[in-house]
Write a protein that binds this ligand. Structure first.
Ligand SMILES: Cc1cc2nc3c(=O)[nH]c(=O)nc-3n(C[C@H](O)[C@H](O)[C@H](O)COP(=O)(O)O)c2cc1C
Length: 209
C-alpha cells in the first residue's frame, strides 16, 4: 500500500514538472519585437487624412506589415521628444494609458521608451472582442491608481484619434470600441489592482472589396 502511495506521489511530481515545463516553454517561444524606425517624411496631407477619417470593420485578411505597425503605434503613443513626452497629450502628463497590442499570435505591450513590443502572452483574445477578423486589436489599459477615469478616458480619445488619422492616411480601417467585455479582458491581461481596460480599437488593412 505504502509503495503504491509512493508511486502515485512520483507520478504526480513528474506530471507537475511536465506541465511546468510546458508553461515555461510557451513563455520562452514568444519574443519581444524591436519595431523598425517610423518613417517621418512623405505621406498624405493632414487635410486629406481628416477628409478620409472614418470607422470601418472591413478588414483584409493580411497582417499589418511591421513597418506600418511601428508607425501606427508611434503615432498612437510614441515618444516624440527627448524629454520622453509623446505624440499625444496627457492630462497632467500622467501617462496612465498603456497600449496592449493583440495580434493573432498573441498579446504584446507597447513600450514607448524603447519603441518595442514586449511579449505578454500567446493567447489569441480576439474571440473575447467578438471580432476574429481584425488583424490587430489595441487595448487601452488605464492605471486608475494615478489618475481619474474621466481624465484617463480623455487621454484615450487623443490616442484613438491619432490611430484614426494614421489609418486614414495609410489605407487601414479602424473602429474605436467602448462596448467590449472589459471584465474578461482585465482577467486575461492579469492586471494589477487599479488597472482596467477602458476601450478597444480594431485595426486592419482596408478590404477594398
Ligand atoms: C467613445 C466612443 C465609443 C465607441 N464605441 C463603439 C462601440 O462600442 N461599438 C461600435 O460599433 N462603435 C463604437 N464607436 C464608433 C462610433 O460608432 C463611430 O465613431 C460613429 O458611428 C461615427 O462614425 P465615424 O467614426 O465613421 O465617423 C465608438 C466611438 C467613440 C468615440
Amino acid at each position: 500500500m505504502k509503495n503504491l502511495k509512493n508511486l502515485f506521489a512520483v507520478m504526480f511530481l513528474i506530471f507537475g514538472l511536465a506541465l511546468g515545463g510546458c508553461a515555461t516553454q510557451a513563455k520562452v517561444v514568444m519574443e519581444d519585437i524591436k519595431l523598425p524606425e517610423p518613417v517621418m517624411t512623405g505621406g498624405m496631407s493632414l487635410m486629406e487624412a481628416l477628409q478620409n477619417r472614418h470607422s470601418s470593420v472591413k478588414f483584409a485578411k493580411d497582417e499589418i506589415p511591421l513597418q506600418q505597425l511601428s508607425e501606427l503605434l508611434w503615432a498612437a503613443n510614441g515618444k516624440n521628444r527627448p524629454d520622453g513626452k509623446r505624440t499625444t497629450p496627457s492630462a497632467l502628463n500622467s501617462q496612465v494609458i498603456t497600449l496592449y497590442v493583440a495580434l493573432k499570435d498573441g498579446i504584446y505591450k507597447y513600450e514607448p521608451d524603447t519603441h518595442t513590443l514586449s511579449a505578454f502572452s500567446k493567447e489569441d483574445i480576439r474571440p473575447i472582442i467578438g471580432n476574429t477578423k481584425a488583424p490587430l486589436i489595441l487595448l487601452y489599459v488605464a492605471n486608475l491608481s494615478r489618475q481619474s477615469k474621466y481624465l484617463a478616458a480623455v487621454d484615450c480619445g487623443f490616442i484613438a484619434q491619432n490611430v484614426y488619422l494614421y489609418s486614414a492616411a495609410n489605407d487601414l480601417n479602424t473602429i474605436f470600441l467602448y462596448g467590449v467585455n472589459t471584465s474578461a479582458l482585465n482577467i486575461k491581461l492579469d492586471l494589477s489592482l487599479g488597472q482596467e481596460v477602458l476601450f478597444a480599437q480594431l485595426v486592419g488593412l482596408n478590404n477594398k472589396k
